[in-house]
Design a protein around this ligand. Sequence first.
Ligand code: FRU
Length: 431
Amino acid sequence: TQNREHFRPVYHHTPLYGWMNDPNGMFYKDGVWHLYYQYNPYGSQWENMTWGHSTSKDLIHWEAQPLAIEADWLGSIFSGSCVTNGSEVVAFYTSAGHHQTQSMAVSKDGGRTFKKYSGNPILTTSDIADFRDPKAFWNEDAKMWNLILAAGQEMRIYSSKDLKAWKYESSFGKEYGNHSGVWECPDLFKIDNKWVLICNINPGGPFGGSATQYFVGQFDGHKFTCESMPKVTKWLDYGKDHYATVSFYNAPDNRRTVLAWMSNWQYANQVPTKQFRSANSIPRDLGLFRHGEETYVSVIPSKEMLAVRGAKIKNPTEACEILIDTKSQTEIVLSNNKGEKVTMKYDGQQQTFMMERVKSGDVSFSEAFPAVTVAPTFGTVKQLRIFIDRCSIEVFDAEGKMAMTNLVFPSEPYNTLKVKGGKATIYQVKN
Ligand code: FRU
């Protein structure tokens, strides 16, 4: 029944019903991926925030679980994170009441149910209204627990020995990156020999509304030092529908696997879905690459997406993956029998990739929806991977230097593909 609704994605995570925003508290333990999420179980707009919960053995097929953390006298439950500590799973989240404070809850049954800590809140502030989204992690280099959270337009970093008492260490961000909006949902992790600080921002995204920026540098458990000049701004994805990206704690094989919320605060409450509002992006694995003087974060679809690659097909369908071998100029047009279409262009001279969804289907619900998004490709693209589901298009260059995620609401699935300058192979995505 889950797949009958017109825009209900076939292979992206969605709540069974109701509203969802940020992914929260993601972790991997004993062969299971856990995904919590900002959830309104009572309606399809943002309100009554709790933590919903889904689990998966393969990162693609998700099973709905009972609500994990519900509101209490300290407030509703905003975004946060989980760590595993021996046999326990410890959740950190924002209690959004009159003030925003940080709370903690412990699970002794592997993340199914949580008991709130009697000493909540564990972190408070007197000077700032936007104080939220704690991300905790074990810092193996510094041999301590760290926690990073968003405080207005900067990130604050804390340390702890026991996960309960947190010491303020430092703040990052005042002069760095984009400041056109509130900083939210941070993450901080090591890839190879560098540290990456994820900073979701709303508004201020490259094409309006919410988006994910990041910084690359070093972190010693006390202070994050950005290696770029303050004005340098880096985006993890150049589409309009990629927000609140955070990573799984304890992913196997040292992987840095992330999910984003596939929407934009400009119109998330208005998108024309029915039983549910919002899906997550496909899972992605992060790495690093260098271009010019700068180090950037690479984004590739997680290898689990190859496991659901199905038979080769002639024409696009509602759930497929399209590989495009590009030339120096490649134009890709997806369309349906209603004349709705999405145009994409790779320009090897300019080194850009563009997607236009102005006539992609229903665009009427928000003036901010019909849009053209453009990404730098940081070099020559040889192959593109395009993931199509019932209401989304996610494009990656095969080397991971460019990602673009956009929603589309065609009245029927795109069933025609025209490629100028380039060669296409289409695969079904297995449900
Ligand atoms: C980001 C956000 C978070 C907050 C949550 C509330 O989308 O605004 O900062 O914790 O959503 O649902």
